[in-house]
Design a protein around this ligand. Structure first.
Ligand SMILES: C[S@@+](CC[C@H](N)C(=O)[O-])C[C@H]1O[C@@H](n2cnc3c(N)ncnc32)[C@H](O)[C@@H]1O
Length: 266
């Protein structure tokens, strides 16, 4: 059955057997039971609990092109369908503001989200540069600002894996292998201007260095999407993005899918 019931943990003993009986009955009737804990907890300076918006409008289900590329790349991404769909929409919106800007993703891993961005660029008949930057040997620049990351995570990939995805969807891609911006930013023409930067690098210092590099190269109305903002495992990204709030040249938004988006205002 397609119906899914969300069963929140009440955390009270007297409800446990009632709950078990109900789950049993519903499971036998063919329902899928999804358990979600609403317990809150803290990591460092931040409070967390499972975020479960009440919204149920799901336009991606009617977007054939999106569903096709998503089903192709879902085994090559750590990013859920909600954040993938947001990237998909962001590319279209940025392209409408300025059809000649370049795109950058730092944190490619096996190329899943690159495939989403690249496929949308192709559908828009774009010929603009799309840069894909990754060490392809794991996370770098972890510091004490990052509660969980130590460095070297997500090394289970290779440039060829990511390239296999992007080259099948978009022609004007360039892979930058190495630490960005330190090793590879010099390969980008100094005149180039960016509309969208997807930062999926997990730690504070990498995110900061990327923004420091790209900010003056971005158009007004351009956006930086931070994949990791809403996750307790990436406290460094939450810290970095929160530090950007209140500055007059940028608007910072927390989308409850986990993304933070910074729009350049001036
Ligand atoms: C979580 S993965 C990216 C996930 C990917 N976007 C997806 O679709 O699942 C993070 C990646 O960031 C890369 N990375 C982190 N810091 C980097 C930096 N400063 N320069 C280049 N790559 C970096 C790591 O090598 C790793 O592959």
């Amino acid at each position: 059955m397609g119906v899914k019931l969300f069963f929140y943990s009440l955390g009270l003993k007297q409800y446990t057997s009632m709950k078990k009986i109900l789950i049993n009955i519903l499971s036998k009737a063919g329902y899928t039971i999804i358990r979600r804990s609403k317990l809150s907890f803290s990591v460092g300076d931040y409070q967390y609990e499972q975020v479960t918006p009440y919204a149920d409008y799901a336009p991606w289900l009617q977007d054939k092109e999106f569903m096709q590329i998503y089903s192709r790349i879902k085994g090559y991404t750590l990013v859920d369908i909600y954040r993938c769909y947001e990237l998909w929409q962001m590319v279209e919106n940025i392209h409408a503001i300025n059809p000649s800007v370049s795109f950058l993703e730092v944190g490619v891993w096996k190329g899943g989200t690159s495939g989403i961005i690249g496929r949308k660029l192709a559908l828009l008949n774009s010929t603009n540069n799309f840069y894909l930057a990754d060490t392809f040997s794991g996370v770098v620049k972890a510091t004490e600002k990052d509660a969980f990351y130590k460095g070297g995570e997500h090394a289970d990939t290779a440039m060829e894996i990511a390239e296999g995805i992007i080259k099948s969807v978009y022609k004007n891609y360039k892979i930058l292998k190495g630490i960005f911006p330190n090793d590879t930013a010099s390969l980008i023409n100094t005149e180039e201007r960016f509309g969208l930067c997807h930062i999926d690098v997990d730690v504070y210092q990498s995110a900061k260095d990327i923004v420091d590099w790209i900010w003056d190269r971005m158009i007004i109305g351009g956006a930086i999407v931070f994949d990791d903002y809403g996750f307790h495992t990436c406290t460094g990204i939450t810290r970095y993005v929160n530090e950007q709030k209140g500055r007059s040249d940028r608007a910072v938004i927390y989308n409850l899918n986990g993304h933070a988006i910074i729009f350049k205002l001036s």
